[in-house]
Design a protein around this ligand. Structure first.
Ligand code: FAD
Length: 368
């Protein structure tokens, strides 16, 4: 298994539950090497199903935030257009901090940290050889590439690389919002607030512990930030404030009070990315089907990891390659459906006509 993200950890954890060990090769030197990022909402039939397969559904329910499903949509002048709150028993898509999810999955697993993979070479008679970044090599019966958007495993099965969507996201965050920015805390509420303007959008989402992540999304050339020093927070902030000029002050305050800014030009793989099956190597998660970040990627990654593990367990000493091949067919069908939904969603959420964004919300979450 290459990668200890949601896909890799779900795979390893489900195998572990069935008494199988797997080598998890992760480039990061340790679990806390990088900030883990914002929240993930785990859907009932996807991410939550994967947690169930891993025996972790009760633990997920104990730490996740059902109230985080709340969603408010504002106009750029601050008018409330939609204000949706979950019912007391609504557990369809509770939110969890990425770090909490990672810790749940990690549990007893023994990850080989600091082992970056440079490339994977399928063997002539099955299996595959892993070439590490430090020059070492090791052979495995099956290498599962769960190494994300810029997968080093992918070239072993597919020549396709991600392409830029035309939409860039800049992520920033506010700490301790309830005491430091109570007005903004009310604006964000328990869940998320989203505002859609012409070719741009602003989404703020409450994480646990009074932490709020803010995502500014807009259509721009891929190199939008290259004329700025990305580490110069003041320069990035001032460019963003110019870009969102005319929006009501509290919305701009979400950017004004943001601390560090992270540049995320959004890339995707083609909607129906498949490959000719290669014995000894497969892909799951973003490595297989990178799509716009609209609530599906981590869910699919978790479920694929869990399902592939179950397929491996069911194959036992029998036809492992046949089990992987059948798994790939199932994964491709489901991923293609979600890739179409999220590609269409991105077009409409960051679009010349903000009414389209509202229509997306009304389709997904009818006003109550
Ligand atoms: C801003 C943002 C918000 C998002 N929000 C949501 C959401 O709300 N819901 C949702 O479902 N999805 C969301 N997504 C998508 C989600 O984050 C991804 O789809 C998901 O993380 C994919 O999981 P993965 O395990 O396939 O890959 P990753 O999470 O990318 O994990 C890959 C792992 O592989 C490791 N790795 C990479 N290269 C190597 C190498 N060469 N050797 C060894 N290890 C390597 C990495 O260090 C990493 O640990 C969001 C994405 C973004 C950017």
């Amino acid at each position: 298994m290459v990668g200890a993200g949601p896909a890799g950890l779900a795979f390893a954890r489900v195998l572990h539950r069935h008494g199988h060990l797997v080598a998890v090769l992760e480039r990061d030197p340790g679990p806390d090497a990088r900030p883990t990022g914002g929240m993930l909402d785990l859907h009932e039939g996807l991410g939550q199903l994967a947690m169930d397969k891993a025996g972790l559904l009760a633990d997920f329910q104990a730490v996740s935030r059902p109230e985080g499903q709340a969603m408010r949509i504002l106009d750029t002048d601050g008018t409330v257009l939609r204000d949706w709150r979950p019912g007391p028993d609504d557990r369809a898509n509770p939110e969890i901090d990425r770090g909490q999810l990672r810790d749940l999955l990690l549990g007893p697993l023994d990850v080989r940290w600091g082992q970056g993979v440079a490339k994977v070479v399928p063997g002539a008679g099955g299996g595959a050889r892993v070439h590490f970044e430090d020059g070492r090599q090791e052979t495995f019966d099956l290498v599962v590439g769960a190494d994300g958007a810029w997968s080093r495993t992918r070239p072993a099965v597919s020549a396709v690389t991600p392409h830029y969507t035309g939409v860039t996201a800049i992520e920033t965050s506010l700490d301790d919002i309830d005491t430091r920015h109570p007005g903004l805390a009310r604006l964000v509420g328990d869940g998320s607030v989203a505002v859609y303007g012409v070719n741009r959008a602003l989404v703020a989402q409450r994480n646990s512990g009074g932490h709020v992540k803010v995502y500014a999304q807009f259509r721009a050339p891929r190199d939008w930030l290259t004329h700025l020093d990305a580490a110069d927070a003041e320069a990035v902030r001032s460019s963003l404030l110019t870009l969102f000029d005319g929006w009501t002050v509290p919305l701009l305050d979400l950017l004004r009070h943001g601390t560090a800014f992270v540049h995320r030009p959004l890339h995707v793989l083609p909607v129906a990315h498949t490959w000719t099956h290669v014995p000894g190597v497969t892909l799951v998660g973003d490595a297989a089907h990178l799509m716009p970040p609209l609530g599906a990627g981590a869910n699919l990654a978790l479920l694929e990891g869990a399902e592939l593990a179950e397929a491996v367990v069911a194959a036992g000493d029998g036809d492992l390659d046949g089990a992987v091949r059948a798994f790939e067919e199932r994964m491709w069908t489901r991923a293609e459906r979600w890739a179409r939904i999220t590609a269409d969603g991105l077009q409409r959420l960051v679009s010349p006509d903000p009414a389209e964004a509202l229509a997306v919300f009304d389709r997904v979450q009818p006003s109550r």
